[in-house]
Write a protein that binds this ligand. Sequence first.
Ligand SMILES: [Zn+2]
Length: 144
Amino acid sequence: MKIPARKVLPRKPAEPDGWKPVLNGPIFCAPLCGRGCTKAEHDKAVENAAKLAKSLGPTWKPQVWENLGWHHCAVSPCGRLKVHPRLVKGSNCCAYLDHEGDSGGLWVARATTARAAVRAVVKQAEDEARRILATFWAVKPLVK
Ligand SMILES: [Zn+2]
């Protein structure tokens, strides 16, 4: 008996516009968020994202998103580095570094400034790359 090929249906997002913020007076919030985020919070996040990106250099891009509040960060031109701000005085900026196309942070570093956080996270990756290469070159001659 021949088994019929399984029909694959196109994927449909559960809530296509659920994360699209809706402006209603001073409220600018997505139905799936529901916190009651404001347009003023959004605008402040946009402004802070632009300042943060500018502090890192002209090619850095500001990024703003909503999830129980408006948040922001700056993204490197290659997309591998993301820097999150100091949220309150005395806290640290946080830099995340990952491979191209990966959105997490394989390496993470905190520092008092965005630039220092970037330097620290790149050094972490460099130190690890050095250790990986030392291991690689030590065992490579054993592989025939
Ligand atoms: Zn919201």
